[in-house]
Design a protein. Structure first.
Length: 183
C-alpha cells in the first residue's frame, strides 16, 4: 500500500493506492457496471442538475462489501484519534456533458470525514474527472481518479468531482462513504 498526504485548509488528506488488489478493482467495477442508477444526487440543495447515483445500506457496506470494509480500515488507520459512524454510502456516476459544482459534505465546523473510492478499472488522465479541492474559492489541489484509489478528507473542505472530457467513452464512478464523528 502506498499513500501520500496533502494539506488543504491546514488539514491532512490522504491519497491511498494499492489497498485492494487489481482483481478486486476489476470485480467491483464489474459489479458496479451492472447497477441501476437514478438521477437523484445533488451537489448542493439548490442544484437544478441532479447526478446519477446508487445508494447502499451503510450497515451492510461495512460488513459484506470488500470495498466498504477496506474504507473503514483505512479511516481507522489514518484517523485513529476519533471514532466515526458510517452515515451514508453511495456511488456517483458521471459522463461528459454532466454538471458538477463545488460543495462541502458537511458544515464548515463539522468533523465529518469522507472516504472516496475510485471505482473505474481503467482511467486515462486525458479523460479528466479529477476531484478538485478548493481553499478560499481557489483550486488548491487535484486528485486523479486512478483505479482502486482511496481518498480520505475532512467533509468541510470544498471540492467537486469534475466530469469526464468528451474523449472518455465510459462512465466515471466514485463510491462515497460519509462518516460522522461518534458522540
Amino acid at each position: 500500500m502506498e499513500f501520500k498526504t496533502i494539506i488543504i485548509e491546514q488539514q491532512p488528506m490522504f491519497v491511498i493506492d494499492d489497498a485492494v488488489t487489481e482483481k478486486e478493482v476489476h470485480d467491483f467495477y464489474n459489479l458496479v457496471s451492472g447497477l441501476s442508477f437514478t438521477r437523484t444526487e445533488r451537489d448542493n440543495h439548490g442544484d437544478a442538475h441532479c447526478i446519477f447515483n446508487a445508494e447502499f445500506i451503510p450497515e451492510k457496506v461495512e460488513t459484506s462489501l470488500r470495498i466498504g470494509i477496506v474504507a473503514r480500515q483505512l479511516l481507522q488507520k489514518f484517523c485513529a484519534k476519533r471514532e466515526y459512524i458510517l452515515q451514508r454510502s453511495y456511488i456517483n456516476m458521471s459522463h461528459y456533458g454532466d454538471m458538477a459544482y463545488p460543495h462541502r459534505d458537511c458544515s464548515l465546523n463539522g468533523k465529518d470525514m469522507t472516504v472516496l473510492y475510485y471505482v473505474n478499472k481503467d482511467w486515462d488522465y486525458r479523460w479528466g474527472g479529477e476531484t478538485i479541492f478548493y481553499e478560499n474559492h481557489e483550486s488548491q489541489n487535484i486528485v486523479m481518479p486512478k483505479p482502486g484509489r482511496f481518498l480520505i478528507f475532512p467533509g468541510f473542505i470544498e471540492h467537486k468531482g469534475a466530469v469526464p472530457t468528451r474523449e472518455c467513452v465510459s462512465s466515471r464512478f466514485t463510491f462515497a462513504f460519509k462518516y460522522r464523528e461518534k458522540e
